[in-house]
Unconditional design. Structure first.
Length: 310
């Protein structure tokens, strides 16, 4: 049984001439990191809004832990599958950041002590200590985004869905969010599903990739499998990330170098191509841009032991 499964899911908005989702078969398993890629208007957000019951299929089905979403279980589904919207203004609306984060847990009917505990946990996790008394509508876009993520995490979902989570974040914000999301499956057993237009991130932060185009899934596989398909990428307006693109260009010029997609694999491939032994993995760190390094003691996003660890 999959955590999330759609079967031949079809959907049209009342105003749409064409189906916005056409026979979507999507699955997500435990502890997976899944990227959904595709051009503007492909249907990524519309798919995500089905996965926690905000939208109802016109035909086909959405199964959560093997069960269709019904009026009777929608409350449980929303606890289980947390959705962070693309635009944080759609999600952040209370008088203070703290109240905003407490909103979801309050709606779950939790007692005050549990709510306070959960708010403290996610405030710490997302480095929001300095913002907790601020008015959310006065925050910057990136700050609002972190508040929106905190509000969803405070519900303690098992599946976290993020619609373009890195949009509007500065480079440090992207790196920290990236490290944070990458830690969630292993540390807490979360499944993380996200859409992005930043293909550079995908080899480092996805186990599986779906490619969508005009309401259909046109590709599914590991990042390596997807990035080998030139036609698929071109149709979906996707570029190959720069490391495999560079390596392919060198290979095309007859240089003997192994294919690689992640930073570490590319480093190993270059070391071997230069006749050197790859460095032991544990000693290596992905370099951070020097401008970011001395900023890195603020706004940390760190996993927190209070969140239900497996
Ligand atoms: N509330 C709505 N009412 C009518 N049409 C909508 C609505 N929301 C989205 N659409 C249309 O549905 C299609 C799919 O939109 P969706 O937002 O799901 O795409 P997306 O892949 O998330 O795009 P993007 O990358 O731009 O965020 C688009 O043609 C869009 O104009």
């Amino acid at each position: 049984m999959h955590l999330i499964e759609t079967r031949d899911l079809c959907y049209s908005y009342s105003t749409s001439k064409e189906p916005v989702l056409n026979n979507i078969n999507f699955i997500a398993g435990r502890k997976q990191r899944i990227a959904v890629l595709g051009p503007n208007g492909a249907g990524k957000s519309t798919l995500f809004r089905h996965l926690n019951g905000i939208l109802k299929p016109k035909s086909g089905s959405v199964l959560i832990r093997g069960e269709p979403i019904t009026k009777a279980n929608i409350h449980e589904v929303r606890k289980f599958v947390g959705l962070v919207f693309q635009n944080p203004d759609d999600q952040v609306f209370s008088t203070t950041v703290e109240q905003d984060i407490a909103f979801g847990p309050c709606n779950l009917g939790l007692d005050e002590e549990t709510i306070a505990h959960r708010v403290d946990s996610v405030v710490h996790m997302l480095g929001l200590e300095d913002l907790r008394d601020r008015a959310p509508h006065h925050l910057s876009g990136g700050e609002k985004k972190r508040v929106a993520i905190a509000g969803v995490l405070a519900m303690e979902p098992q599946v976290l869905i993020l619609d373009e989570p890195t949009a509007g974040l500065d480079p440090l914000g992207v790196k920290e969010l990236f490290d944070f999301l990458n830690a969630l499956p292993e540390t807490y057993g979360f499944t993380v599903i996200y859409s992005t237009h930043q293909v550079e991130l995908v080899p480092e932060m996805a186990d599986y990739v779906y490619v969508m185009e005009k309401g259909e899934i046109t590709g599914y596989g590991t990042p390596q499998e997807i990035f080998l398909q030139d036609d698929l990428l071109a149709r979906a307006h996707l570029e190959l990330p720069s490391l495999p693109r560079l390596i392919q260009a060198l290979q095309a010029q007859g240089i003997n170098i192994e294919s690689a997609y992640t930073y570490q694999d590319a480093e190993d491939a270059f070391m071997k191509a230069f006749g050197k032994e790859p460095l032991p993995r544990e000693k290596k760190e992905i370099p951070v841009h020097s401008d970011l390094e001395h900023m890195s003691d603020h706004q940390h996003i760190h996993p927190h032991p209070h969140l239900h660890q497996e």
